[in-house]
Design a protein around this ligand. Structure first.
Ligand SMILES: Cc1ncc(COP(=O)(O)O)c(C=O)c1O
Length: 424
C-alpha cells in the first residue's frame, strides 16, 4: 500500500500544522492516513482503501459513522440554523434524557468538549468548596488544560509537576497525583492534606492508557474515602458515559459521584461535553452562583441534535448486544494470545478493548507503561495491512460500534491471530 495521496497531503500539512496534525495522537510515522469518508463501522482513506474502524473518532461514534437517523436529523437541523445563541427546545430534551440515565446529574451544563467540561467542573469544585487542591489519578486524562496536565512528582505525597511546558508550576502544584486502584494511597494523600482538597477527579475506568478496569470494590472504597474526608468525587465519564452502560460507570458499578463529566458519545460525533451534579452544587454556577462558565457554542443545536438522536437509538436498541460482541472479541483475542504464547494481555470491558504487549497485573498507569511499545507499533502496522484501523498507540482504547457486523469482528480476530504469528 503506497498511500500516495496520504503521503502528498502530509507533505503539505507538515509545513502548516505542527506534526502535520490537529491533535497529537493522530501523528503516525512515516505519515498518517488521510481519511476521506466514514460509513457504518468502516473508514475509507484518500487512496481508496477501506478499514474496519476501531478508533471511531476516539470513542464518540458508538453508532458508527453517518448513522442514517443522525444524518437525517442533522440535515433537518442545519436547514433550521446551526446556532442561535439563545435557549432552545433541544437543550431541555437532552437534559431530561441525560438526567434519566444519570440521576446524579440533577442539573447540568452543556459545553463543546470534554476538556471544557472538566475545566469548568473543576472550577465548580474549587469554587463551591473554597479549596484549591485537586487529586487526580496517575495516567488519568481529563483534557488538555493546565490543572490536569500534571504528572506525579518524586515522592508519593509530592505535589504534581507540569506535564507540559507552559503549565505554571503553581497551577500544577495544586494537583496531587495518586495511583489508580490504590485506595490506601488515596486515603493517605487525603489524610496528609485534610481540609485542603476540593475534589478527587478520576476516570472510573482508566481509558487513556488503554482500558484499565477498577479492581472489585475499588470505586466504592473511593466513594467511602472521599465522603469520610469531605472531598467531592468527580467521575470523568467522557469515555465511559453512555458506553460502559447507558448510565455510565456510575450505574455499572453502583457508585454515585458528586460531579459527573460527559463528552464523546453524548455528542453523537459532534463536539460536545457536559458536566452536572446535585442542584445544590450546580446552583454555584453563573448566573445563579458565582462560579463563571460560558461558551458561544455551548448547547449548540447541531451537537444537541446528534446527541439526542444517538441516545434515542441507544435507548431503542440497548447496549447488551454490543457489549456481548465486545466480550466475545476479547475472548477470541485472548485465545490467540494463549495459542502463540506471546507476552500480551487483552483488556477492556463492554465495547472497549486493547491488547497490551506485556503481562503482570496491569492495574495502574505505571504497570501499563512497562508494555512493549515497539511491538505494539509492529502489530498496529500489520493490522492495518489486514484492513483493521487501530489507534496508533497501545495507550489508547479501541472501540466497537453497533454498525460493526459479525464478519467485521471475525476479520479483526483473524487479522489479530495472523499478526501475532508474524510478531513471534
Ligand atoms: C476521560 C477523558 N476526559 C476528557 C477528555 C477530553 O475530551 P475532549 O477531547 O472532547 O476535549 C478525554 C478525551 O479523550 C477523555 O478521554
Amino acid at each position: 500500500m503506497a498511500h500516495e495521496v496520504s503521503s502528498d497531503l502530509y507533505a503539505r500539512a507538515i509545513s502548516l500544522m505542527p506534526g502535520g496534525v490537529s491533535s497529537p495522537v493522530r501523528a503516525v510515522k512515516p505519515f498518517p492516513l488521510y481519511i476521506s469518508r466514514g460509513q457504518g463501522g468502516r473508514i475509507f482513506d484518500e487512496d481508496g482503501e477501506s478499514y474496519i474502524d476501531t478508533v471511531l473518532g476516539f470513542g464518540p461514534l458508538i453508532l458508527g459513522h453517518a448513522h442514517p437517523s443522525v444524518v437525517r436529523a442533522l440535515q433537518e437541523q442545519a436547514a433550521d440554523g446551526t446556532l442561535y445563541g439563545a435557549p432552545h427546545r433541544k437543550e431541555v430534551e437532552l437534559a431530561e434524557m441525560v438526567n434519566s440515565h444519570f440521576p446524579s446529574m440533577e442539573m447540568m451544563r452543556f459545553v463543546s468538549s470534554g476538556t471544557e467540561a472538566t475545566m469548568h467542573a473543576l472550577r465548580l469544585a474549587r469554587g463551591c468548596t473554597g479549596h484549591d487542591i485537586i487529586v487526580k489519578m496517575d495516567g488519568g486524562f481529563h483534557g488538555a488544560h493546565d490543572s490536569v496536565l500534571v504528572r506525579s512528582g518524586s515522592g508519593a505525597l509530592e505535589h504534581g509537576v507540569p506535564d507540559s511546558l507552559g503549565v505554571p508550576g503553581e497551577v500544577a502544584g495544586n494537583t496531587l497525583v495518586t495511583d489508580y486502584n490504590d485506595p490506601v494511597g488515596l486515603s493517605e494523600m487525603l489524610d496528609a492534606h485534610r481540609g485542603q482538597v476540593a475534589a478527587v477527579v478520576m476516570e472510573p475506568m482508566l481509558g487513556n492508557v488503554g482500558p484499565v478496569t477498577p479492581n472489585p470494590g475499588y470505586l466504592k472504597e473511593v466513594r467511602r474515602i472521599t465522603e469520610e474526608h469531605g472531598v467531592l468525587l468527580m467521575f470523568d465519564e467522557v469515555i465511559t458515559g453512555l458506553r460502559l452502560s447507558l448510565g455510565g460507570a456510575q450505574k455499572a458499578y453502583g457508585v454515585r459521584p458528586d460531579i459527573t463529566v460527559l463528552g464523546k458519545v453524548l455528542g453523537g460525533g459532534l463536539p460536545m461535553g457536559a458536566f452536572g451534579a446535585s442542584r445544590e452544587i450546580m446552583s454555584n454556577i453563573s448566573p445563579v452562583g458565582k462560579v463563571y462558565q460560558a461558551g458561544t457554542f455551548s448547547g449548540n443545536p447541531m451537537s444537541l441534535t446528534a446527541g439526542i438522536e444517538t441516545i434515542k437509538e441507544l435507548d431503542r436498541i440497548g447496549l447488551d448486544v454490543l457489549n456481548a460482541e465486545g466480550e466475545r472479541l476479547r475472548s477470541d483475542l485472548a485465545r490467540s494470545v494463549r495459542k502463540t504464547g506471546i507476552k500480551a494481555t487483552v483488556r477492556g470491558e463492554a465495547s472497549m478493548f486493547q491488547v497490551f504487549f506485556g503481562d503482570g497485573p496491569l492495574q495502574n498507569s505505571r504497570q501499563i507503561m512497562t508494555c512493549d511499545r515497539e511491538r505494539y507499533m509492529r502489530y498496529y502496522r500489520s493490522m492495518l495491512r489486514f484492513g483493521v484501523y487501530l489507534p496508533p498507540s497501545q495507550f489508547e482504547t479501541c472501540f466497537l460500534c453497533t454498525a460493526h457486523e459479525r464478519e467485521d469482528l471475525r476479520a479483526i480476530s483473524d487479522a489479530f491471530a495472523q499478526s501475532l504469528e508474524a510478531l513471534q
